[in-house]
Design a protein around this ligand. Structure first.
Ligand code: SF4
Length: 313
């Protein structure tokens, strides 16, 4: 287990919740997470793909590719992922280790998804393959990045940067054409909240349960940072988990610090439910009174408390 502080990596952020508000929120949020069939939402989530594999090496490789491309709408990026995994075959970890530039060109011909072209994906896949050759697993690569950096943010940057650097970028660009959004595909974690990398870490570290895998045993769930997207940002703010109004690393830290008051050992266990509550339309960006009246979080939500309920219900 890493010796890093469990305080979200850097230990700087204070919770936005007071201990009294955290004590009031905990039973509501625990019931919200435990009483709904969230596992049914896996089909609407990129985590669906790694659940198709048994070998932990395949799971960690497939999950990283899924998390990297999980931007934009799921109905747009999931067909791209399905196309790719179909071509990679039954053992993606072995396939990426065997991949050379010529193989990458053949594999990725015709691929395009928003900011990313074949060369971007070629760097990701060959970088992962060579990292597996050098380290044995992506977990070992992350643990080494964490030991070097000493902070969660630095570990994520080292993890992504190490994979990028392991790939033969020049040869890939010569053979497959230019990269377009490599920095977006494998972000540096120095700007923004690094949502997709933190999501990947959640999948690998916490659990196992119906959603997360828990296959990385050298990192503790208490070290994880909330993967902060627009849904978690919005609902988290309405629940008082953060006072900040922008999606940023500091906001992810503050929100995680608040959730750590509810569950110090596993603060990000609330992530899937909160995120999918927003994604499903149950709690849209423009609040809907009818939804708020039925909402189990209403008593803790600044919007729910503010809305007047003519029925008194
Ligand atoms: S009360 Fe309304 S705004 Fe608040 S979390 Fe529930 S649905 Fe969303």
């Amino acid at each position: 287990m890493s010796a890093l502080s469990s305080e979200g990596g850097e230990g700087r952020s204070r919770p936005a919740l007071s201990p009294a508000r955290a004590a009031a929120l905990k039973p509501l949020l625990d019931a919200f997470v435990e009483s709904r069939p969230w596992a049914e939402r896996v089909r609407a989530d990129p985590v669906e793909f790694p659940h198709r594999y048994d070998d932990p090496r395949d799971v960690e490789v497939v999950a990283l590719v899924c998390a990297s491309l999980a931007y934009g709408r799921a109905e747009l990026f999931k067909p791209k992922l399905a196309w790719l995994f179909d071509r990679l075959g039954a053992h993606p970890a072995k396939a990426v280790q065997a991949l050379d530039v010529r193989g990458a060109k053949k594999l990725l011909e015709g691929f395009v998804y928003r900011f990313n072209l074949p060369a971007d994906l070629g760097v990701l896949l060959m970088g992962v393959g060579r990292t597996l050759e050098a380290r044995g697993s992506l977990e070992s690569h992350f643990v080494a990045s964490l030991a070097t950096a000493g902070t969660w943010q630095g570990a994520l940057a080292g993890f992504a940067g190490g994979i990028r650097a392991a790939a033969p970028q020049r040869q890939l660009v010569r053979a497959l054409g230019p990269t377009r959004g490599l920095a977006h595909l494998l972000p540096s974690a120095e700007a923004g909240a690094a949502k997709r990398l933190n999501l990947y870490l959640r999948w690998m570290v916490r659990g196992p349960d119906a959603i997360d895998f828990g296959i990385w045993k050298r990192i503790a769930p208490s070290q994880l940072l909330m993967p902060l997207d627009t849904h978690v940002m919005r609902i988290g703010r309405w629940l008082g988990l953060t006072r900040r109004s922008t999606i940023s690393w500091r906001t992810a830290e503050e929100l995680t610090a608040s959730l750590r008051l509810l569950d110090p050992l596993d603060p990000v266990r609330y992530d899937f439910a909160i995120c999918h509550y927003g994604m499903s339309g149950a709690c849209p960006a423009r609040p809907v009174k009818l939804n708020c009246r039925r909402c189990p979080l209403r008593g803790a939500c600044q919007i729910g408390r503010r809305l007047r309920d003519p029925s008194g219900g």
